[in-house]
Design a protein around this ligand. Structure first.
Ligand SMILES: NC(=O)c1ccc[n+]([C@@H]2O[C@H](COP(=O)([O-])OP(=O)(O)OC[C@H]3O[C@@H](n4cnc5c(N)ncnc54)[C@H](O)[C@@H]3O)[C@@H](O)[C@H]2O)c1
Length: 341
């Protein structure tokens, strides 16, 4: 399967195929330039090696796994390693891993020598259904997520389903939460793929439909001036929960990004019957239905989030299956949004 992101001179193909990682050389020039392969310590090493084996002049660089690597420190270390490898503007960075490696690698590619070619090879469900396309690259500053970054589109994205065979179950469910988000706001057929005994059986179709929807949105609003905001459904409260209970830095227990988004979506669904169906899907997937954190703490983070400017906050709501609308609220309404009043 193939999708093409149509962005004029920044257009690119998204290849979806089991085993496609070993065909990278067919989709981009790996022969006559240096290739910096970025991966993390939790990604089975053979995936980055498969990429490196196709390049006569490659360097594999492994960062520690986890959100903590989306930091200024690791960003600087990667850039230094690229410089030490002697990379020029004609060379290539390939990310092999989940959203962390994709976001960091994309930002390194966007900023090294004012921008070099970037290829993304997502190996988690979350990155295959969502983060690998669209060109958003970023690192965090302390607790503030994705606050430093750039829009930098990849040259090609290789979605190799085979890489998911090594992914732990919980990570699979974590990624499926972002796909369910897409189904809820824009694709009832995608949503229906979750209402079965085991949605994991529909994984390839779920990934394909999720990317198809996101592609359509990004093509119309690459820089999030308007409708791309819909993809933030569940993220406003989700990021608040993630700040309090996310697995990052020294905090090694808690909730993953997709799990926080899943929890953040629930209060944004305005149709009670639909909320019930979503909760049932969470139970099937093993996603959390309760945060287990104090709403006061989540509220405190959200009120101090640098992105909540002008005393207002824009949230995406889902009035019914397959639809969404943006609502700008005064911050004083946040407590009721969190069900605190
Ligand atoms: N750029 C975007 O548009 C966008 C969208 C959504 C999320 N994100 C970002 O994505 C990040 C989360 O991504 P994620 O959920 O992929 O997390 P992740 O990159 O941390 O990967 C999760 C874990 O799985 C391991 N792993 C990766 N591939 C594996 C494989 N095939 N087999 C076994 N283990 C594997 C990793 O080492 C890591 O420990 C967050 O930082 C979030 O902000 C970005």
């Amino acid at each position: 399967m193939k999708l093409t992101m149509q962005l004029k001179q920044r257009s690119y193909d998204i290849i979806l195929k089991a085993g496609c990682l070993k065909n990278l050389h067919q989709f981009t020039n790996t022969a006559n330039r240096k290739v910096f392969v970025l991966t993390d310590s939790g990604v089975p090493a053979q995936y980055a090696q498969t990429v490196a084996d196709q390049c006569p002049d490659a360097r594999v660089y492994t960062i520690p796994q986890g959100e903590g690597s989306k930091s200024l420190k690791v960003y600087g270390e990667v850039l230094q390693a690229m410089l030490d490898f002697g990379m020029t503007r004609a060379d290539l960075l390939v990310s092999v891993g989940g959203g962390v490696v994709g976001d960091l690698g994309g930002f390194c590619a966007a900023s090294y020598m004012r921008g070099i070619d970037f290829v993304n090879c997502p190996t988690t469900v979350l990155s295959q259904v969502d983060s690998s396309i669209g060109g958003k690259t970023a690192i965090d500053l302390g607790e503030t997520k994705n606050i430093v970054g750039a829009f930098w589109q990849p040259k090609v994205v290789l979605v190799d389903f085979d890489t998911l065979t090594t992914l732990p179950e919980r990570q699979v469910a974590n990624g499926l939460a972002e796909a369910l988000k897409t189904g809820l706001i824009g694709d009832p057929k995608l949503f229906s793929l979750f209402e079965c005994e085991d949605p994991r059986q529909n994984l390839e179709e779920i990934i394909y439909r999720s990317l198809k929807f996101k592609k359509k949105i990004v093509e119309q609003d690459e820089r999030e001036g308007g409708m791309r905001k819909c993809l933030n459904f569940g993220h406003t409260i989700g990021h608040g929960i993630e700040a309090v209970k996310g697995i990052r830095g020294r905090r090694t227990t808690g909730l993953y990004h997709g799990e926080c988004v899943a929890l953040g979506m629930l209060p944004m669904i305005e149709d009670n019957a639909l909320t019930k169906r979503v909760r049932a899907i969470y139970r099937t997937l093993g996603l959390p239905v309760r945060t287990g954190v104090s709403k006061e703490k989540v509220l405190h983070y959200m009120l101090h989030d640098k992105k909540a400017g002008n005393g207002t906050i824009t949230v995406i709501k889902c009035p019914g299956l397959g639809c969404w609308r943006a609502e700008t609220l005064p911050l004083t309404e946040l407590p009721s949004l969190l069900g605190m009043e």
